[in-house]
Design a protein around this ligand. Structure first.
Ligand SMILES: Nc1nc2c(ncn2[C@@H]2O[C@H](COP(=O)(O)OP(=O)(O)O)[C@@H](O)[C@H]2O)c(=O)[nH]1
Ligand SMILES: [Mg+2]
Ligand SMILES: [Zn+2]
Length: 307
């Protein structure tokens, strides 16, 4: 039978079949790891082949090739990474202007990772109901900045219901990832979209400063209106794992667009002469925050490579 991993504890998996049946399952002993770089052999979103044993438990024998996946660098195993979720059609990044404030750095890191895995991203600017004029203006600034680059954005409020119906039509029938800092309202939003879920929501003050989160593993939910959604634990940081310095610029669409106008073919847009990207930053065509984060990621990879 074919099933989809909708929950994982690391050793047990919950599988959902096409008929909507659930099986608790384990991996067969001799399961071959396709990629030993990853700490977990199976992730939420994976499609697998399995058999049912005499006790009614699933025994997973094979994983189907992943269309895409999102990873996080493992903290303790420096060279290995953890697959958070796979087979994602669209990622929705929930961001807030306040309580907590989502930084451009966090957004750009997410976007780079998503671009690398060819996952389209929609930015959801949540808690619009709670903003004063200044914060509304900031939300507008975020929206214009990312729409200009070509990302879809939506101002929403899980609390007041702003644009929630519009969001529903976007989520319908696809597998989506809902991500963002702890406290931005992911659980609240999912409860609004599916009142049967009753996910625990937390006061922002409950989070400690390291941004600790209550859930450790991603989970997948089926919407009552059709489609799946992956809820990821408050991911603090996506690592730019397995990326080369030369590669990063491909994941900044507006930087990559200028590349052909640079004097040197191998221009990294750091301090090369006649660099069209640096010119575009100076002319205001590329946002300074985007360029700074691009340079920051380059430096990060350089550091990585030293180790
Ligand atoms: N004012 C306002 N508060 C919200 C909104 N969405 C969520 N919250 C609050 O933000 C806090 C964190 O929400 P939660 O859903 O637990 O965030 P998560 O960590 O991303 O899952 C809770 O106190 C929610 O009530 C919103 O649209 N407006
Ligand atoms: Mg939550
Ligand atoms: Zn250049």
């Amino acid at each position: 039978m074919t099933g989809r991993v909708i929950k994982s504890t690391g050793s047990w998996y919950l599988l959902r079949t096409e008929n909507g049946e659930n099986y608790k399952a384990r991996i067969r002993g001799k399961f071959r790891l396709d990629n030993i770089q990853h700490t977990n052999p199976l992730a939420v979103g994976d499609f697998v082949d399995f058999e049912v044993d005499s006790d009614g438990f699933g025994v997973i024998s094979k994983i189907h090739e992943r269309k895409n996946y999102i990873i996080r660098r493992s903290v303790n195993l420096s060279k290995r990474s953890h697959i958070i979720a796979s087979n994602i059609d669209k990622a929705f990044l929930v961001v807030t202007m306040d309580n907590p404030k989502t930084s451009f750095g966090f957004i750009d890191r997410f976007l780079v990772t998503a671009e690398a895995y060819h996952i389209p991203v929609v930015l959801l600017i949540n808690k619009m109901d709670a903003y004063n004029e200044d914060l509304k203006e900031e939300a507008e600034f975020y929206q214009l900045l990312y729409e200009e680059i070509g990302y879809e954005t939506m101002k929403i409020s899980a609390q007041s219901g702003l644009n929630i119906d519009k969001l529903k039509t976007e989520l319908q029938g696809i597998t989506s990832l809902i991500s963002g800092h702890s406290g931005v309202g992911k659980s609240t939003l999912m409860n609004v979209l599916n009142p049967n879920l009753q996910l625990k929501t937390s006061e922002v003050s409950d989070f400690n400063q390291k941004g600790q989160h209550t859930t450790t593993f991603a989970e997948m939910y089926e919407w009552p209106f059709g489609g799946f959604c992956i809820d990821t634990p408050g991911i603090k940081e996506f690592g730019l794992v397995e990326m080369e310095k030369e590669e990063i610029q491909q994941y900044f669409p507006e930087i990559f667009e200028q590349k052909s106008n640079c004097r040197f073919d191998n221009c990294l847009h750091v301090n090369e002469p006649k660099c069209a990207v640096i010119e575009a930053v100076e002319n205001g065509k590329i946002a300074p925050s985007r360029y700074e984060n691009y340079i920051g990621f380059l430096e990060e990879i350089e550091e990585e490579n030293k180790n």
